[in-house]
Design a protein around this ligand. Sequence first.
Ligand code: CA
Length: 229
Amino acid sequence: MRVLLVEDDEPVAESLRRGLTRYGFEVEWVTTGGAALSHRDPYDVVLLDLGLPDTDGLDVCKALRRRGDVPIIVISARSDETDRVVGLELGADDYVSKPFGVREVIARIRAVMRRAQPRTPEEAAAGPDRYGSRLTIDRKAARVHVDGEEVALAPKEYDLLAFLTEEPGALMSREQIMEAVWDANWFGPTKTLDVHVAALRRKFAGIITVEAVRGVGFRLEIVKDAEAS
Ligand code: CA
């Protein structure tokens, strides 16, 4: 899948490009609105920063939308609600605010692509990942069910759960988790990680355990049916 990344902030663009490439995306990176609009190679989705050096990202969004229906995901440092609303009104399909992790962006890309093109029969047949008899995670739809009921999760709670369940029983360091879920270049405090772990423990009590390994990180286990009952 080809991604047109329009972002003038080099560290942000580099980290996104690295992350997306690692997940199999082809990334075309341009740094101005002008370059985005004159880009002629086909692409499947646009990641569009709003704060560009030459034009307002919202004008680029409008121009791209006038041209066709390629999915557009607006990325912005401005957490202003107005921007979000205007972006969506101008034809953006989704919106992420900085700072974000690569996984969050990938989840948004997959979600807008799914809306843009219906799933193939193979994809539909693959279905969600199952953990034990009670927990399912649909990684394409970014939805989690317990006993068939959807569990409401904040985006980062979902990302954290999706990451830790990739390999149940594996010990993941705080650094690995912060890099995967929050940002590839995270140097800040990791208190927010503990808050999200606590939320997962609460929402999935009896379904999963998230053991803290002092000085290292966390280990998620799926609770076996007999233990839970
Ligand atoms: Ca910018």
